[in-house]
Design a protein around this ligand. Structure first.
Ligand code: NAD
Length: 260
């Protein structure tokens, strides 16, 4: 379905971003992967993705907290793979603390990576999408774009912000072949969430398995994690022709978390 298209997925060396990169490559899209990690492992991943799906895969180590590196990554993708048709703004980090104890540098970092990076990437990629009259922008927000939880002030502010950004871009592209939407996952078992499980287990002195159950039980009525594959499948659907009139939407994949 996506043969001939080029997709750039930020934060795709792990977790949800990797699930999305795999799903898009599975549909024949050439991919630029981005994110941190061990250089050899990333190179293995790059080769594996390319070989498994017969697509071209490039890697960029651009740091999403640095606007000039984001612009450069869009330019590199365009030079190396010919274009950017699909932009998935996924890179994100978390930090938990009460508002009055929240470290200022962590606030700045979360706003930069989870919110501003999407603005810089969209700003740089949109002109070529508009020029070809086809594009798909998928922002990975969160249930925390729709509702809040204590101790996540920067994350919740950034995710609410990205839903606002999604709506503005959708309005500005409404009469074009470019769409912009957000996916709002609930709990997905990735390294980002594993850290929160480990922290909960340590603070409550309970086994990791019990902490996992407690985390799910508190927020996610299905009591099951969503998976990177499920988020990837929704991203693929948003890239399809059938999704051409889904615009400015915030789509939860959250086991009924935000139904409450
Ligand atoms: P993860 O930690 O598994 O992956 C994060 C990715 O972002 C990694 O590839 C990492 O290298 C990359 N990254 C981090 N900082 C970066 C930077 N400065 N520059 C470039 N890349 C950077 O986390 P995940 O759970 O897969 O999260 C991915 C996205 O999904 C995030 O935006 C997160 O907020 C969102 N999300 C996750 C969940 C969940 O339950 N896991 C729920 C809702 C939303």
């Amino acid at each position: 379905m996506l043969k001939g298209k080029v997709a750039l997925v930020t934060g795709s060396t792990s977790g949800i971003g990797l699930g999305i990169a795999r799903a898009l490559a599975g549909q024949g899209a050439d991919i630029l992967i981005n994110g941190f990690g061990d250089a050899q492992q990333i190179e293995r991943l790059r080769r594996e993705l390319a070989a498994a799906h017969g697509v071209r895969v490039l890697y960029s180590a651009a740091d999403m907290s640095k606007p000039e590196e984001i612009t450069e990554m869009i330019e590199r993708t365009t030079a190396g793979l010919g274009r950017v048709d699909i932009l998935v703004n996924n890179a994100g980090i978390q930090h938990t603390a009460a508002v009055e104890e929240f470290p200022v540098e962590r606030w700045d970092q979360i706003i930069a990576i989870n919110l501003s990076a999407a603005f810089h990437a969209i700003r740089a990629a949109l002109p070529q999408m508009k020029a070809r009259n086809w594009g798909r922008i998928v922002n990975i927000a969160s249930t925390h774009g729709l509702v809040a939880s204590a101790h996540k002030v920067a994350y919740v502010a950034a995710k609410h912000g990205i839903l606002g950004m999604t709506k503005v871009v959708a309005l500005e592209t409404a009469t074009t072949g470019v769409t912009c939407n957000a996916i709002c996952p609930g709990w997905v078992l990735t390294p980002l969430v594993q850290k929160q499980i480990d922290d909960l287990a340590a603070s409550r002195k309970i086994p990791a398995e019990a902490a996992k159950k407690e985390l799910l039980g508190e927020k996610q009525p299905s009591h099951e994690f969503a998976t990177p594959e499920q988020i990837g499948a929704l991203a693929v659907f948003l890239c399809s022709a059938d999704a051409a009139q889904i615009r400015g939407a915030a789509l939860p994949v959250d086991g009924a978390w935000t139904a409450q």
